[in-house]
Design a protein around this ligand. Structure first.
Ligand code: SF4
Length: 441
């Protein structure tokens, strides 16, 4: 049984509301934190080893320590709630059912960073959640945990919720800041990084919802205790949103010591593959990370079990490993067609490209067109090499990571499932009637 830190009270009826949240220990971490100095809080976050839960896995304490503090210039905390990565819905769960956990985490983090005005930027499609967050903000304010002179400390903090317009690219932190400033959400060239020039050119920390919520248990139990949970540099707990061909899709909190096999097959988590089918492949960290076939998913190349943590999932690098990413765990059974699946993703990235850089704007379109052709049984063998060539020219040559995110799924699909691409090309008539998975099992 995994230790629960974030979801430990999620089952309590009415936990969404201040009164119930408070009765169950809510805002006690904030009270404790407001008696500490900002530097002491920063040291706790650093000691916890918390890594950004949005996808990149960058150490949160280190990110906070980069925040510039020029005299007389306001600083901001911006929570990235633009959770648009296909397969990822764990932040939605936190905001919908535990909004005060996020607000409390924001209060502690804002105090630590010196942000008197903090923001939650939430994806437009989560249309019902801003009301939940705004209600929680009002409740916290009425109880003296937000607003002026919080708990008599002299610290002021306001939180505003900003709805996005539904663009995936606004999950990239600089595009998010552009959008928050009221402009089109185009990613900025870095440097300067947001920690130096962020929102309205002011020093800004942008963190994912789960990262900020995790600050609450870190203060509750101390950074050192938090770091004891998990393994190696994968400390604390991680929320995983599991979906696809499994018996029990949902949001799970894991302590990163369990194996991938246990996560997929145990009743506590995914409950096995639906309809007793065989596992074919999985994308463990949201659609942008490489797909891994079943044999490499359950074991590393060295024959070790693969664990649900940052290091083990990446074991073998991009050739055989994958990434923890955003924790969007997508499971594919034996009936699924990898070419069709990759084509669907390529269409998504092509649609969501902001169009600023040529490799991404043009390359994603070409990849989608070629994949569509192959999937329809109209491809040629040389198209596979062309696809490979295009993805190589996108990776690492763009302003923001969307380019890489579009390239990696194509590269991994060709690397691990080239036979499926060839089958579509060699069997044009069959491939128009049924997908590779159904034709082979
Ligand atoms: Fe825009 Fe794509 Fe370039 Fe990112 S990589 S800035 S999404 S064109």
């Amino acid at each position: 049984m995994s230790k629960k830190l974030l979801l430990k009270n999620a089952h309590i009826e009415g936990i969404r509301y201040f009164e119930t949240y408070r009765k169950n220990g809510g805002y006690e971490a904030a009270e404790k934190a407001l008696k500490m100095t900002p530097d002491e809080i920063l040291e706790e976050v650093k000691a916890s080893g918390l890594r950004g839960r949005g996808g990149a896995g960058f150490p949160t304490g280190m990110k906070w320590s980069f925040l510039a503090k020029p005299e007389g210039v306001p600083r901001h905390l911006v929570v990235n709630a633009d959770e648009s990565e296909p397969g990822t819905f764990k932040d939605r769960y936190l905001m919908e059912f535990l909004p005060h956990l996020l607000i409390e985490g924001m209060l502690i983090s804002s105090y630590c960073l010196g942000s008197n005005v903090s923001y939650i930027y939430i994806r437009g499609e989560y249309s019902w959640i801003p009301d939940i967050l705004e209600e929680a903000i009002e409740e916290a304010k009425a109880a003296g945990f937000l607003g002026k002179n919080i708990l008599g400390t002299g610290f002021d903090c306001e939180i505003y919720v900003q709805r996005g317009g539904g663009a995936y690219i606004c999950g990239e932190e600089t595009a998010l800041l552009e959008s928050l400033e009221g402009k089109r959400g185009n990613p900025r060239l870095k440097p300067p990084f947001p920690a130096v020039k962020g929102l309205w050119e002011r020093p800004t920390v942008v963190n994912n919802v789960e990262s900020i919520a995790a600050v609450v248990p870190i203060i509750e139990i101390t950074g050192a205790e938090y770091a004891k949970i998990g393994v190696g540099r994968s400390t604390g707990t991680k929320l995983i949103s599991a979906c696809g061909n499994i018996n029990k899709p949902g949001v799970y909190e894991i302590d990163m010591t369990i194996t991938v096999e246990e996560f997929i097959y145990s009743e506590e988590y995914c409950g096995g593959i639906k309809d007793g089918k065989r596992l074919k492949a999985c994308i463990p960290g949201g659609s942008s990370v490489p797909i891994v076939p079943a044999n490499l998913l359950l074991k590393t190349v060295n024959g070790e079990p693969r664990y649900m943590n940052y290091e083990s999932l990446a074991d073998g690098g991009f050739a055989t490993g994958t990434m923890m990413g955003s924790g969007g765990f997508i499971v594919l059974d034996e009936d699924q067609c990898i070419v069709e699946h990759t084509m669907t993703l390529a269409r998504f990235y092509n649609h969501e490209s902001c169009g600023q850089c040529t490799p991404c704007r043009e390359g994603t379109g070409w990849m989608y067109k070629i994949l569509k052709k192959i999937e329809k049984g109209e491809g040629k063998m040389e198209d596979i090499d062309l696809l490979w060539d295009i993805q190589r020219k996108i990776e690492g040559n763009t302003i923001c990571p969307l380019g890489d995110a579009a390239a990696w799924p194509v590269a991994a699909a060709i690397r691990h499932f080239r036979d499926e691409f060839e089958w579509h090309i060699k069997n044009p008539e069959l491939s128009q009637k049924q997908n590779y998975g159904l034709a082979h099992y």
